[in-house]
Design a protein around this ligand. Structure first.
Ligand SMILES: *[C@@H]1O[C@H](CO)[C@@H](O)[C@H](O)[C@H]1NC(C)=O
Ligand SMILES: *[C@@H]1O[C@H](CO)[C@@H](O)[C@H](O)[C@H]1NC(C)=O
Length: 375
């Protein structure tokens, strides 16, 4: 194609114009991925809108609407003998008894979105958070500490039922000390594109490449909480039915066997992920997967148990905590039209700093085997 200089100049101007117009894009376009406006709470209330650390006034925290006992916390602040640290920037909020924070975001009706946020438990018993975007809601237990610094990132997903999502994080707790309750920081959102099963893999999202937003500088991964159903999973295709979370890890901060994302089974038999695949009874299938370690100083003898319907395999893996993986295969004959594929870690593993860790799984495939004798 021949483009004369006038056309080229016009094109350049057109591009420049669209870039200029796009400085207001965030106002008009639906949210795609990243921190919510003031999602890290770096913009705080005016001094006149605070009483000590307690925020007064529904709209005192820019971009948010608050209700109940909400505190504005500065990193390094002391609570008793506990030093409060903040994962993103220097500020966070604390949700006391029945407190909540709320923000509206422009989304695309019918699409799935996942929220990622960081939370730290403080002094209350059985701390939980109710995350909701009507009509969806989920109660996330945050009692178990997975990291060593007290902060963990959690993911939760919803389906947008209109083009505005009202995101609410609520502490349903009622403690004697109204100030007891979790610290919240760094709230991000991402549109999800649920992958489909293909003729190259009967499992959806077997490589875990589609999943929740991961902060570029958060080196502790994102927890996929328990009681996650597959139709509303922040890890599309997969459900977490066990008591404890699994951890979503990224190649920027961990070693992953394949691609950019993987799953670390962080809580022994209490932490499992599963997916149901369509199968033809009597046909032979191969479940193949990678087992490794995240290069996060998680050392020891590990075993990953994989299940395909009634068949199972135990894959041992010796981790020196420096990264690496091996491949495994489980051949099975389908007993019904739906076969449940599940993974868990036989043992609990802990790092020297007492944080929970475990084996990594990735690159999971289920394929029909035409000639079973060749596998
Ligand atoms: C993470 O990165 C963002 C953007 O680059 C920065 O504003 C923030 O302060 C960083 N957080 C930490 C904990 O380093
Ligand atoms: C969580 O919050 C939503 C929205 O406010 C509410 O409908 C739901 O009942 C709450 N769930 C629990 C268990 O409190």
């Amino acid at each position: 194609m021949i483009i004369n200089t006038t056309t080229a100049t016009m094109l350049k101007q057109l591009i420049l114009l669209s870039v200029l117009l796009c400085t207001t894009c965030h106002v008009t376009l639906a949210f795609t991925a990243g921190l919510l406006p003031n999602g890290d709470f770096e913009l705080g209330p005016k001094a006149s809108e605070m009483k000590g650390t307690v925020v007064i006034g529904r709209n005192a925290v820019p971009e948010w609407e608050i209700s109940g006992f909400v505190e504005y916390i500065k990193s390094g602040q002391k609570q008793g003998d506990m030093l409060l640290v903040v994962p993103e920037g220097a500020f966070a909020v604390r949700l006391g008894n029945e407190a909540s924070i709320k923000q509206r975001a422009k989304v695309v009706k019918g699409m799935y979105y996942t929220l990622t946020f960081s939370a730290a438990r403080t002094c209350a018993q059985e701390e939980r958070l109710n995350v909701s975007v009507a009509p969806d809601s989920g109660v996330l237990p945050i009692q178990t500490m997975y990291s060593s610094n007290g902060w963990d990132s959690y993911a939760w997903a919803y389906k947008a039922m209109s083009d505005v999502a009202e995101i609410v994080i609520h502490n349903p707790g009622v403690e004697e000390d109204a100030a007891c309750g979790p610290l919240i920081d760094a709230i991000a959102m991402k549109a999800l594109y649920p992958p489909r099963a293909t003729n190259k893999n009967l499992l959806k999202n077997g490589d875990f490449e589609e999943g929740p937003y991961v902060f570029p500088n958060a080196s502790w991964g994102v927890l996929i909480p328990p009681n996650i159903e597959d139709d509303h999973s922040p890890l599309p295709g997969w459900m977490v039915e066990s008591l404890k979370a699994v951890k979503y890890i990224d190649a920027a901060h961990f070693t992953v066997p394949q691609g950019r994302r993987a799953v670390e089974l962080v809580a022994g038999k209490e932490s499992a992920i599963a997916q149901v695949v369509r199968t033809t009874p009597g046909r032979v299938y191969a479940l193949t997967f990678a087992v490794g370690d995240a290069s996060n100083a998680c050392e020891g003898s590990m075993i990953v148990e994989a299940f395909a319907g009634r068949d199972t395999i135990k894959v041992p893996y010796e981790s020196i905590g420096k990264g690496g993986f091996k491949r495994a295969i489980l051949k099975f004959t389908a007993a019904s039209t739906r076969t449940r594929i599940m993974f868990l870690s036989t043992f609990y593993t802990m790092k020297v700093d007492a944080s929970l860790c475990g084996p990594v799984i990735d690159d999971i495939k289920v394929l029909s085997v035409r000639n079973p004798r060749l596998v």
